[in-house]
Design a protein around this ligand. Structure first.
Ligand SMILES: [Fe+2]
Length: 475
């Protein structure tokens, strides 16, 4: 069992990118860089060898594929792709990757040649590149190339619906107006204790959690909210181990904040004779997580409300009348203050249409919660997890907050969301955890979880992963 310390983050020991981004796109103003991009130090180059394109026979049977754009922000685009020794289908576990070069070519013009803005080399054949310094609200044509070939998408979700991976062009997000206020990291579905093959000697959920914490720290954010399915079996041993890991990031309920998910109540299923809500193992370690109990905290002048939509032993979501009373009281204390709400299960009809109601909060409780939001106009965003994929959902009642399901920390798409707040709105962007181990584990899980179709379910569409919401956020 690895012993992690705070120094692990401070030295950046967990953050080695497989490929490095070069600030080479010279046409754009430096002032276009976002707060979080600016906070990222240059990534170390994985290997010093020169590109190998010129040494490769053009008829060799390698494949350049699995192209994804996990992230787009107002000023950056992230590309991910792999080079395999031989062709493979999109879903069967692939053969070996091969060492290869990586190039990103871009243009902000509708026609004409592309410009090479990035060049690197990866011994692993897995490429992950972020291009920064771009202009907001701008369409960029692009190509990602390795060994002289253009990367193509693999997953159906990146091929259908005119996704940018197929179109070869991607639009950067618009930047909300007004002054930048602050940023916030939200994660969900970390599933400590989940079994499965690890690409290292460490349990893979722990490597994903530690990588994520390292990534968030590297962005200069000292708070993280983790929205349910903290532990896979809800056991006391898992909860204690999770606290050991999270305590290296900061203090419970000061630097990291948690809500319960359905998996956090599974001790009621696996050990029913010894389980009672008074002796809930998760709540024994994290005191704010008593079943069906809400909490509220202040964050940079905003409020954050955490709700428990789970019930020990059940998969779907609901909210007890006692918790509704508590939530109503908490919201009524300062109803116009900008407020973010989080709960593990989605609540909207839009989510129900795409995810089947039994798996999310029941219709009656979902409507009652949204009626409470009508009495607290400061509530502007509600985050959910549970489905493991990003999905932007409209409110059921007029003037309600923006709802969003956020991608899972693990197994796939393997990351967390950053919300950047401005006076005139905010951006929601998904970020794949970009340590070498986390990227390799995510690439493995993309094929080997859920009978090799899990990647399709969880990758989602770019417009659901990354978007801008314009809304006044002053109190
Ligand atoms: Fe989960």
């Amino acid at each position: 069992m690895t012993s992690y310390t705070r120094r692990h983050f401070l030295t950046g020991a967990g953050a080695t990118l497989l490929s490095a981004a070069l600030p080479a796109f010279g046409e754009t103003p430096a002032s276009a860089t976002t707060i979080n991009d600016a906070a990222l130090p240059p990534a170390p180059v994985a290997h010093a060898n020169p590109p190998v394109a010129s040494t490769t026979a053009p008829d060799e049977a390698y494949t350049v594929t699995d192209l994804e754009i996990p992230t787009v922000t107002p000023t950056s685009i992230t590309f991910s792709w792999s080079v395999y020794r031989t062709p493979h289908t999109p879903h069967l576990f692939p053969n070996e990757r091969r060492a290869s070069d990586a190039e990103v070519w871009l243009s902000d013009k509708t026609t004409g040649p592309l410009t090479r803005v990035h060049q690197s080399y990866s011994r692993t054949g897995l490429h992950f590149v972020t291009i920064t310094g771009l202009r907001p609200n701008t369409t960029y044509r692009f190509e990602c190339r390795s060994l002289g070939r253009v990367a193509t998408p693999g997953l159906w979700f990146t091929i259908r619906n005119k996704e940018p991976e197929t179109q070869g062009k991607v639009h950067t997000l618009s930047r909300p107006g007004g002054r930048y206020l602050h940023s916030m990291a939200i994660s969900n579905d970390i599933h400590l204790g989940k079994k499965g093959h690890s690409v290292t000697t460490e349990p893979w959920p722990e490597a994903m959690i530690m990588g994520m914490l390292s990534d968030v720290k590297r962005r200069g954010i000292d708070r993280i909210y983790i929205n349910g399915d903290l532990c896979d079996n809800g056991s006391l041993a898992e909860a204690r181990r999770l606290k050991e890991l999270l305590d290296t990031f900061g203090q419970y309920h000061k630097n990291y904040f948690l809500t319960r998910g359905n998996h956090d109540g599974y001790a009621a299923l696996t050990d029913p004779l010894n389980y009672s809500q008074d002796k809930d193992p998760i709540a024994a370690v994290f005191p704010h997580l008593a079943p069906q109990h809400a909490w509220i905290v202040r964050d940079h002048g905003f409020r954050v409300l955490g709700i428990d939509t789970s019930y020990p032993g059940l998969t779907g979501g609901h909210i007890t009348s006692q918790q509704f009373t508590q939530i109503e009281k908490l919201l009524a204390a300062d109803p116009y203050r900008p407020t973010i709400v989080m709960a593990h299960h989605p609540v909207t009809e839009a989510a129900a249409r795409s995810d089947m109601r039994p798996n999310i909060v029941n219709a009656k409780d979902a409507l009652q919660l949204q009626q409470l939001f009508q009495k607290a106009p400061g509530v502007f965003f509600m985050a959910a997890g549970h489905t493991h994929r990003a999905h932007r959902d409209a409110p059921d009642l007029p003037g309600g907050p923006q709802f969003a399901q956020l991608g899972a920390a693990g197994p796939y798409p393997g990351g967390y969301a950053i919300l950047d707040f401005y006076e005139g709105g905010y951006t929601v962007t998904f970020h794949r955890t970009a340590t070498a181990t986390a990227l390799a584990q995510t690439a493995f899980n993309r094929y080997k979880s859920g009978y090799e179709k899990y990647g399709e379910h969880s990758v989602g569409l770019l417009a659901d992963r990354c978007f801008t919401v314009k809304r006044t956020l002053t109190n």
